[in-house]
Each structure stands twice: as structure tokens, then as C-alpha cells.
Design a protein around this ligand. Structure first.
Ligand code: FAD
Length: 442
């Protein structure tokens, strides 16, 4: 038994099915439960966007408030600090003689660098990182990461019949907190004035899980999932999954119960199928490491593209010559959410019609999406841009065809004010380019 342990919460903001929390509580007499607001999340990156936008920030605050409450009910307390995580954690390790550090596995390159950094600085400490964000543990996969199947279909065929661990139960009591620290927590503020479709936190996640599977929607999922709008047309679990308010294993268990008690059909299978897409991108991200963020990705040939600031601004602000794209971007900017079909359309537009570097689109999504997940976001963008693992190349969606199919009466475009106000893509065209000195005019 260790005297003092520290659990570093990240994308596992829940008490149910949280192996790292259970393990830490079992092996440490005193436990520091820490969440660190990384100062880097609030600064614009080289791709012109902030890693943490306002809508997700609010969702995250709600998640922390709920986690704090859930921990308090079990005799613990959550310490929330802002700063540079390695510095914050190093300071706590030294001051409170921490003997073991716990976390849930994370696919982020940046997050793993921080973990490795701590390992190098504290070689005598015990480091425990456990899987909680995926359906499978790495050792359950029938292939190594190096031989991860290139296409989703091959991946799915190899994993869909594997056994999946049942979710762990909620602990009734956790080990004691470090009292001296409670007052150092900086807390978090939530403005009631801001309204959102989604409420962060484990309780809201479990309520949505129950509400969805108590309805008949799972039995019709496949029919409606591509709709552009409407709360019940898809499951809406993504923000809670991304923040770890909801365990994907718990979700799968509820799906299996529904199939046993209500109906098992093509639609219920398709929910599992989509969760396997999520799973696939998690393992792709682990395999690719920093290549997940590089312009060329794993493509053999470098794609040529320029950066047109005006086109990028127009895309972000829903001011392109394409009404459907404008409506979708307005929906994203106002709610932090967009349907899967919508994401595919606007991403394809950025890459193919606007000819922009896909990474700027991915970074803007990272800032705006309430369900931002490093693997799902960057993996889907690479997939559409044709620089990911899939050997078939990118995806080009015909915007007119998509409009006719998914918004035949123009209702979505009207509801989200997608009307075109600037029919020209560029305000400067080739004829306006300055004539280079010494070049003959015709
Ligand atoms: C360019 C682009 C960027 C994306 N960025 C993200 C992101 O940052 N975070 C995120 O969670 N999803 C992302 N997705 C995937 C997908 O659009 C969302 O998961 C889905 O729209 C969320 O709504 P839902 O929960 O109602 O999904 P449902 O249709 O109900 O699907 C159920 C669950 O399956 C998973 N899922 C479904 N489709 C995908 C997919 N294509 N890739 C990965 N997981 C999937 C999600 O966890 C989702 O909650 C992105 C897709 C695209 C095309």
C-alpha cells in the first residue's frame, strides 16, 4: 500500500468504469485527484485556432463540477489548477511525497510527451496508465500497432467478434484526499446565461444513455443518422464520450441490453458499427503519432495546396458561395455540434472546392467542436483529405447533390441562415494580380 498517490484526470472525467481511479484508490491511503487546465489550450496555435473554444470550455467546466460532486460523495475532492501540467504535477509530487502517478491512456502526442517527461524526471515513482477510452485494451487486439489494418473494413472484420470487457462498477468509497490541498483548487465558473444543447458531466451522460435506450430510436438509427438536424436522429453521445463522461464500454453494454430486451436489427448493429469507426481512429492515432497532424499524413505523394486567408475566413464564418456549407458552419459556430454528414460535406468543401490545407479545417473544428476528440477529429480529416491510412484516397462530396438529398426543401439552409451573401469565392481574381516588373503586358 502506498502512502500517497496522484491521479491526473484528463479525458476520463467520470467515476463509473474508470480503472485508473479504482486502481489508485485501492493502492493508496491518500489520493490527490487532479485536473489541470493546460495554459497551452487557450493560446492560438500555428494553425490559427485555439485548442479549447468557448463552447467546449463550458462543457468541460460542467463536467468538472459534476466530477467534483461525484468524488465528494465518495469521500474525495477534485483539485482544479491552471498551468503547465508537468510543472504543476512535479510540484505536487515533491511537496506531498507522491509515490505513484495514475492516469487513463491517452492517444495525444502532446499528452504522452508530458507523461514521458514526468517519467524521466521521477524515475523512482510508479507510473500507471490504464485503458478507459476504447472498447479494447491494446493486448486484446489480434494485431500489433505496426500491422494495424489499413482500411476500416479490414479492421472491423478482425475485431467485431472479439470479447469486450464489461464496464466496472461505480466505487462506493474512495481513499482519503490530501486535506492541505483542497484550498488550493482554483475552481471554475459557469455562466447561466449561456445556453447549450449539451450539458457536461457524468450524470447528464448517463441520463442521455437512459433516455436514448428507453426510446425506440435505436431500432431506427440507420434510417435517420445522416439527417442534418434533430436531436433524436443520432445518438448524440459524442461530447460525453470525448470528455470521458461516458464509458464506451458502458454504452456498448446498454446497447446489448437493448438488443436482448427490445430488438436487435440492422440499426442496432449500425450503432456498434459507428463505435468501431471511433475505435479504428483511436488506434490509427496511436500508430501515426505526430504524423496525424502533418500535411502529408501517411500519403505517398505530397498534395499541393496554397493558403488563401480569405477563403478560410469565409469557410469559418459560413460565408462561402455554397448555402449548405454556410448553414452547416453557422450550426457549428452556434452550437458546437454538427452531424456526421455535415462534417463530411464542409470538410470536403474546404479540401476540394476551396483548395485549402486540411489542417486548418481540423484545427478550426478542434476549437469549435463540443465533442472534439483528437483521434476522431484529425483521423476523419485525414481520411477526407486522402492523406490517412486508407489506401483509397480522399472523399469528394458533390455539394449540389448533397443539398438535393439532405435538404430538398431548403429548410435546413433557412433555419441556419445559409443564404449566400458573397457569391464570389475570391475578391481578387487573376486579372487583378499586380503585373510583375519587367514582365511584358499583352
Ligand atoms: C471531419 C470530421 C471531424 C470529426 N470530428 C470528430 C470529433 O472531434 N469527435 C468525435 O467524437 N467525432 C468526430 N467526428 C465523427 C462524427 O461526426 C461524430 O462522432 C458524430 O457526428 C457525433 O454525433 P453522434 O454522437 O450523434 O453520432 P452517432 O451517429 O450517433 O454515432 C455514435 C457514436 O459513434 C462514433 N462515431 C460515429 N461516426 C464516427 C466517425 N466518423 N468517426 C469516429 N467516431 C464516430 C461517435 O463516438 C458517436 O458518438 C468527425 C467526423 C468528421 C467527418
Amino acid at each position: 500500500m502506498k502512502q500517497t498517490g496522484l491521479i491526473w484526470f484528463n479525458n476520463d472525467l467520470r467515476v463509473h468504469d474508470n480503472p485508473a481511479l479504482l486502481e489508485a484508490s485501492l493502492h493508496c491511503q491518500r489520493l490527490i485527484c487532479l485536473f489541470c487546465y493546460d495554459s497551452h489550450w487557450f493560446k492560438p496555435t500555428g494553425l490559427n485556432a485555439r485548442p479549447l473554444g468557448d463552447t467546449r470550455h463550458r462543457f468541460l467546466n460542467q463536467s468538472l463540477m459534476d466530477l467534483s460532486d461525484q468524488l465528494a460523495r465518495r469521500g474525495q475532492s477534485l483539485i482544479v489548477v491552471s498551468g503547465e501540467p508537468v510543472a504543476v504535477i512535479s510540484d505536487l509530487i515533491r511537496r506531498f511525497k507522491v509515490e505513484a502517478l495514475y492516469r487513463s491512456d491517452h492517444v495525444g502526442v502532446y499528452e504522452n510527451r508530458q507523461w514521458q517527461h514526468l517519467k524521466a524526471d521521477f524515475p523512482r515513482l510508479e507510473f500507471v496508465s490504464l485503458s478507459s477510452h476504447t472498447l479494447f485494451r491494446p493486448e486484446q487486439l489480434p494485431f500489433t500497432l505496426t500491422s494495424l489494418p489499413e482500411s476500416f473494413s479490414r479492421f472491423r472484420r478482425q475485431v467485431e467478434a472479439l470479447d469486450i470487457d464489461p464496464p466496472l462498477m461505480m466505487p462506493k468509497q474512495l481513499s482519503a484526499p490530501v486535506e492541505a490541498l483542497t484550498e488550493e483548487s482554483q475552481g471554475f465558473a459557469i455562466s447561466d446565461a449561456e445556453q447549450s444543447l449539451f450539458e457536461g458531466g457524468e450524470r447528464a451522460a448517463l441520463a442521455q444513455l437512459e433516455a436514448y435506450f428507453s426510446s425506440d430510436r435505436p431500432a431506427h438509427y440507420k434510417h435517420w443518422r445522416n439527417e442534418l438536424d434533430g436531436w433524436s436522429n443520432s445518438t448524440k453521445f459524442s461530447p460525453w464520450l470525448a470528455n470521458g463522461n461516458l464509458s464506451v464500454r458502458r454504452l456498448l453494454k446498454r446497447l446489448r441490453d437493448f438488443e436482448q430486451e427490445q430488438v436487435a436489427n440492422e440499426s442496432t448493429y449500425w450503432i456498434f458499427f459507428e463505435l468501431l469507426w471511433r475505435e479504428y481512429f483511436q488506434w490509427v492515432a496511436r500508430k501515426l503519432g505526430h504524423k496525424l497532424f502533418s500535411a502529408q499524413g501517411v500519403a505517398k505523394n505530397k498534395k499541393q495546396c496554397c493558403f488563401y486567408p480569405e477563403r478560410y475566413q469565409k469557410w469559418c464564418h459560413g460565408n462561402t458561395p455554397y448555402p449548405l456549407v454556410n448553414a452547416l458552419m453557422n450550426q457549428l459556430n452556434q452550437t458546437g455540434y454538427m452531424s456526421n454528414r455535415g462534417r463530411q460535406i464542409v470538410a470536403s468543401c474546404l479540401v476540394n472546392e476551396l483548395q485549402l490545407d486540411w489542417r486548418f479545417g481540423a484545427a478550426y473544428f478542434e476549437q469549435q467542436l463540443i465533442d472534439y476528440d483528437v483521434a476522431s477529429n484529425w483521423g476523419n480529416w485525414q481520411y477526407i483529405a486522402g492523406v490517412g491510412m486508407d489506401p483509397r484516397g480522399g472523399r469528394h462530396f458533390n455539394i449540389d447533390k448533397q443539398t438535393r438529398q439532405f435538404d430538398p426543401e431548403g429548410r435546413f439552409i433557412r433555419d441556419w441562415q445559409g443564404e449566400v451573401t458573397a457569391p464570389q469565392l475570391d475578391s481578387v481574381d487573376a486579372a487583378d494580380w499586380p503585373i510583375l516588373p519587367g514582365k511584358p503586358t499583352q
